[in-house]
Design a binder for this molecule. Structure first.
Ligand SMILES: [Zn+2]
Length: 799
């Protein structure tokens, strides 16, 4: 039978149209298919001893049933397995093995599971269905899928944005995702993932719901071996933002509205889904492309006040795939609560992150921007960058700001401020201090008044009272930081107070806790014990983030110690100059003591949790509570690393004993100005400036130092014994040894030997301590009263 003519015409029509349709599936329909999947009774298979390998993971489906989802965009992308299975993984190096052991008690992962949820945009469906036997029945898919989806949603660990991106990308290889959640008898739910679009593609861990903590056991790039190979490949960025145009209005009810024009370079072509990050309480109303096309976009649902976080993704679907080497822009309209909070009369808390759409790891990238900020006209506004305009329009004060050079963040503050301005060289130092105390301080004020009737009053806690002091102190730290780390390259440094014990160092704008705007009597009466910590140290720490984080960024979480450790040490150096050596050494001792105590929950020494290089991953569900262990390691030990370098480079004969250290640090800030540095980058700079005494391995490399202190753990103990004997007229022989313990045999360190002569202490020289015992022998033209080591906490060591 001949087909009717009409059908033939339709077939011809489809012939031309179909390929185009296939390339442009309707985004909303795909998103619905992902968010509300349907099971597929035609795709149920019995599996027996089927193996599935994904990079370091090996899944064995011993005996059970796999049920798949109905396709989205023509792809089967999820399945559920019930039955008996096993998951194995061998960590790629000793650091990961140590972490796996700490968290699971297993040096290699070996888990039995009886349920699994598989999410994928790779060949998982083909592989499993091909090896399985078709089965009729099923019925577990939806129950299990929804249970896991709900859990992941609650913690913002949504997989749908990645799946959507991968399904719509022409470059499926680059965006391929395999995500498994297995229910194990030993560990309950465990997540194992291979995400091609991520820098560390392979990861395994679990969500600790009680502690609200994602415990990442292992995370590494496919094929990685040693830490230095982790960032060798670099992130496979799809786009890189190079310019923002932001326009934000803060009305009296502080529900903001924003417009953002985001210009970006296409780094990798083929993608159609761009994943931005934006806090979910800001709701996007429109996304337009260059041709004014209204684009489909997806956000998590808005959490209510106090409710769990549902993720911060903003997935935007382009009409056509990205073309190579193009410059594009999108325009966003959005608004919402909670970015700005009223925290007292004329006091506002402005959230430091997530208030405009961003891409990629925070801190790693820099961009230029123009920013227009509108606030009620009775207030004063300040933002990052240079002010290029100010006017009053109706009820609003409108200020315009522009980046002076590419910056990693845009931030702002406003309020009923008293403004104090000072010149520090070419830099304008501006303090914006609230005229009234914020609610937290006001409560303390009231409490103090009622509690302390008859005793010394707290007086007023208005931050503005201290603005001159803050200007002087921040000015001093700015000068000291410039002397140590090189020029401050922004035109201004603004400082504002913020409630809570919080600090944020935006480029050219510091947000400092109101507590640092109190005088010492007030702080004392409030029971703040670490006076120097909250004032001198804290302000200098935050000031130094202009170098560590803003002018020089850090590449990944592994390198965050280059920001926080360096800032912590900068604060400590400021204490040395502002106070004295004693106070400086007290702080170093405190940093040391924080590392040698045992953690509350796991009982291990804090230092043993993991190397600085592990960054946020030093924390596990066993150490998330009971102390500030992240700070102790990343800030504290990070600071110590810098201190040890300084001590090895310290030249007591020189006019400026810190000249070498300063030269090294300034080389670092100049070499990496305006971009992100990695741990290996910093090591390269250290090697350029290393002194002969630092050449412990004899190869001109500092691997020995970084392996011990940055990529490794362990805190040595040293014991000095010595005797001084007569060696003829005017000559004395000093002989002794340094015994090293608590660390492996190959642990090494150049050690300063100090002599006290006529009550004055000086460094005699270095001995290179290696292994258990290092003897030394030296003839001196004087007889010291005392010989000592580690007088300036030169080496991070136990007492
Ligand atoms: Zn910091």
């Amino acid at each position: 039978m001949q087909p009717p003519r009409r059908m033939l015409a339709l077939a011809v029509f489809l012939w031309f149209v179909a390929p185009v349709v296939a390339q442009e599936p309707e985004p909303n329909a795909i998103w619905t298919a992902l968010r509300q999947p349907k099971d597929d009774p035609e795709r149920v298979f019995q599996l027996e001893n089927v193996k599935l390998k994904r990079e370091a993971f090996e899944f064995t489906f011993r005996d059970g049933r796999v049920e798949f989802v109905q396709p989205a965009a023509g792809v089967v992308w999820a399945g559920v397995f019930t039955g008996a299975g096993a998951l194995r993984m061998v960590p790629p190096n000793a650091i990961e093995a140590h972490q796996l052991q700490r968290r699971t008690g297993q040096p290699e992962l070996n888990l039995e599971f009886d349920k699994a949820l598989l999410i994928f945009t790779d060949e998982t469906y083909d592989e499993l269905s091909r090896q399985g036997r078709k089965f009729s029945g099923g019925g577990s898919f939806l129950t299990l899928y929804k249970e896991r989806q709900e859990k992941m949603d609650r913690w913002g660990l949504n997989w749908e944005p990645q799946v959507l991106r991968s399904l719509l990308s022409l470059d499926r290889e680059r965006t391929r995702l395999f995500h498994a959640q297995v229910y194990t008898s030993q560990k309950k739910w465990v997540m194992a993932e291979v995400d091609r679009s991520s820098e560390e593609q392979v990861s395994v861990g679990q969500l600790d719901e009680g502690l609200e903590f994602l415990d990442v056991w292992n995370s590494f790039p496919a094929g990685a071996t040693t830490p230095s190979t982790y960032s060798a490949k670099g992130a496979s960025e799809e786009i890189r933002v190079d310019r923002y145009k932001l326009d934000v209005t803060v009305p009296p009810n502080v529900v903001i509205t924003g417009k953002a024009r985001v210009q970006f370079k296409v780094m990798q072509p083929g993608g159609r889904v761009l994943l931005f990050s934006l806090v979910p309480w800001l709701r996007v109303s429109e996304v337009l492309d260059e041709d004014d096309n209204k684009l489909a976009f997806f956000q998590p649902r808005e959490p209510k006040e106090g409710e769990a976080f549902f993720g911060a993704y903003l997935a935007v679907v382009l009409p056509k795939p990205l073309e190579p080497d193009t410059l594009r822009y999108l325009r966003f309209t959005y608004g919402g609560k909670r970015v700005v909070r009223k925290v007292g009369t004329g006091n506002f808390f402005c959230q430091s992150f997530g208030w405009y759409p961003t891409v990629g790891y925070p801190g790693a990238h820099r961009y230029n921007y123009d920013f227009t900020l509108r606030v009620p006209k009775k207030y004063i506004a300040v933002a990052t960058g240079t002010k290029t305009g100010e006017s009053v329009e109706g009820d609003y004060l409108v200020t315009q700001w522009k980046s002076e050079e590419a910056m990693p963040e845009v931030g702002f503050a406003f309020g009923d401020y008293k403004v104090t301005t000072e010149k520090i060289g070419e830099v304008s130092l501006e303090v914006y201090a609230n005229k009234s105390a914020d609610d937290t301080l006001a409560q303390i004020e009231t409490f103090a008044r009622t509690e302390r009737t008859g005793t010394v009053g707290l007086e007023s806690l208005q931050p503005a009272r201290l603005s001159k002091t803050v200007a002087a102190e921040v000015g001093n730290s700015l000068k000291l930081m410039q002397a140590f780390f090189g020029p401050y390259t922004y035109n201004k440094l603004a400082v504002s107070n913020i409630p809570y014990s919080y600090g944020q160092g935006w480029p050219s704008l510091l947000y400092l806790t109101s507590l640092s705007f109190l005088d010492s009597t007030q702080r004392h009466q409030l029971g703040i014990r670490d006076q120097v910590g909250i004032s001198d140290h804290f302000r200098a720490h935050e000031t130094s983030h202009q170098w560590w984080g803003n002018m020089v960024g850090w590449k990944t979480y592994h390198d965050q110690w280059l920001s926080e450790g360096f800032a912590e040490y900068s604060g400590t150096i400021y204490v040395l100059y502002r106070r004295d050596v004693k106070e400086y050494l007290n702080r170093l001792q405190q940093l040391r003591d924080n590392l040698t105590v045992k953690t509350r929950m796991s009982g291990e020494m804090v230092d043993s949790m993991g190397p600085i290089w592990l960054g946020r991953r030093v924390l596990s569900s066993k150490t998330i509570e009971g102390g500030n262990y992240y700070q102790d390691l990343i800030y504290g030990k990070g600071a110590y690393v810098l201190h040890m370098l300084r001590m090895m480079m310290f030249d007591q004969q020189a006019q400026d004993p810190d000249a070498r250290f300063k030269a090294m640090m300034q080389d670092f800030t100049q070499s990496f100005h305006g971009r992100a540095a990695s741990t290996a980058d910093f090591q390269g700079i250290v090697e350029k400036h290393m002194t002969p005494v630092m050449n412990m391995a004899g190869n001109g490399k500092m691997d020995w130092f970084f392996d011990q202190w940055v990529y490794g753990t362990g805190i040595p103990r040293y014991k000095l014994t010595y005797q001084i004997t007569d060696a003829g007229p005017g000559r004395w022989k000093l002989s002794g040894s340094v015994v090293q313990s608590e660390v492996p045999e190959n642990f090494r360190m150049p050690f300063g030997i100090y002599a006290t002569v006529s009550g004055k202490k000086g460094r005699l020289g270095f001995i290179q301590v290696v292994g258990k015992q290092t003897p030394f022998d030296v003839t001196l033209p004087f007889r010291p009263e005392k010989i000592s080591i580690n007088d300036f906490y030169d080496v991070l060591a136990r007492d």
